[in-house]
Design a protein around this ligand. Structure first.
Ligand code: CAA
Length: 292
């Protein structure tokens, strides 16, 4: 099978990035949102990101226009019907995802591949809402999608080898570097990243260092582009808390258990950069102030 047309479910932070790289790589791309205002917001973030690439000279104005020309926004599932692959990047809610997959399984042509961008849910659990058990995979992109090179390609115990190979080729055609991984919560990256982020919070709770000192430690001592607290605020504290809970549920290991401070920040609505406050205060976005 040859992938020509790509469907993306969800035009939030991840879905808009995936739609952007898909259209940018030359695929005719349809991105579906639940309502017009969400769609408008997602499409305008794509325009902004493409604008940044034009400013930097990474792409030309013509390439920007061509990319946007290959991109179609919709609020109707029916518009995904003739896609060769549908990448789902909707809210990380298993029930909602299962219902969505059951719906599109009846609408999208049977040979099409379904790929979930989930970061921690069990891919097999979504797959069982459909009849395409051999052509259901995980394709986990990283934030910000237009810049981060990695895609985790996740096979379940029923995914066919041909489909996995096709997905690896497709991810590479998007300009990404795919790695293959199995359907275990967190896959490769979050399996290692989440315990590290949670441990940074534990170190803070134990008084090992301040937010700024721990961030500087990892940035300057290990060459990480962002320290753990900057990254936590960037990913969203509620997202990390959600992923950690799922991984703890799966493995029952302390290293995945969310520390009390994370839970309290999430309960207080301090979700990081997007809410203006997390481990840093973003009142002046160019100059985040460490809070702990
Ligand atoms: N589109 C286009 N350009 C963008 C962009 C986007 N979406 N986002 C940022 N940029 C641009 C910035 O505008 C900036 O441009 P200028 O150089 O012209 O100013 C440039 O990219 C570099 O950005 P920054 O100045 O902010 O500096 P940076 O060098 O720190 O790069 C970064 C940003 C690539 C995000 C880098 O900090 C980084 O790699 N951080 C780590 C990110 C990471 O770990 N992501 C994974 C999170 S985990 C995840 O996603 C999985 C999960 O399941 C939770």
């Amino acid at each position: 099978m040859v992938i020509k047309k790509v469907g993306v479910l969800g035009c939030g932070l991840m879905g808009s990035g995936i739609a952007q790289v898909s259209a940018g790589a030359g695929y005719s791309t349809v991105v579906k949102e639940i309502a017009d205002d969400f769609l408008k917001k997602g499409l305008s973030s794509i325009e902004k990101s493409l604008g940044k690439f034009v400013e930097k000279g990474t792409i030309t104005r013509d390439q920007r226009a061509e990319t946007l020309g290959r991109l179609k926004g919709t609020t109707k599932f029916e518009d995904l019907g003739d896609c060769d692959i549908v990448i789902e990047a909707i809210t990380e809610n298993l029930q909602l995802k299962r219902e969505t997959y059951a719906t599109i399984d009846k609408i999208v042509k049977p040979p099409a591949i379904f790929a979930s961008n989930t970061s921690s849910l069990v891919v097999t659990e979504m797959m069982t809402a459909t009849k395409r058990v051999d052509r259901f995979i995980g394709m986990h992109f990283f934030n910000p999608v237009p810049l981060m090179k990695l895609v985790e390609v996740v096979g379940t115990i029923t995914t066919s080898k041909e489909i996995l190979d096709e997905a690896m080729k497709f991810a590479a055609s998007l300009g990404k570097v795919p790695i293959r991984t199995s359907d275990r919560s967190g896959f490769v990256v979050n399996r290692l990243l989440v315990p590290y982020l949670l441990d940074a919070i534990r170190a803070l709770e134990e008084g090992v260092g301040s937010v700024e000192d721990i961030d500087n430690g990892m940035r300057l001592g290990c060459g990480y582009p962002m320290g753990p607290f900057t990254l936590l605020d960037f990913v969203g504290l509620e997202t990390t808390y959600y992923i950690a809970n799922i991984m703890f549920e799966e493995f029952r290991e302390k290293r995945f258990a969310p520390p009390p401070l994370l839970k309290r920040l999430v309960l207080a609505g301090h979700h990081g950069k997007k809410t203006g406050r997390g481990f840093y205060d973003y009142s002046d976005p160019a100059n985040p102030k460490p809070l702990y």
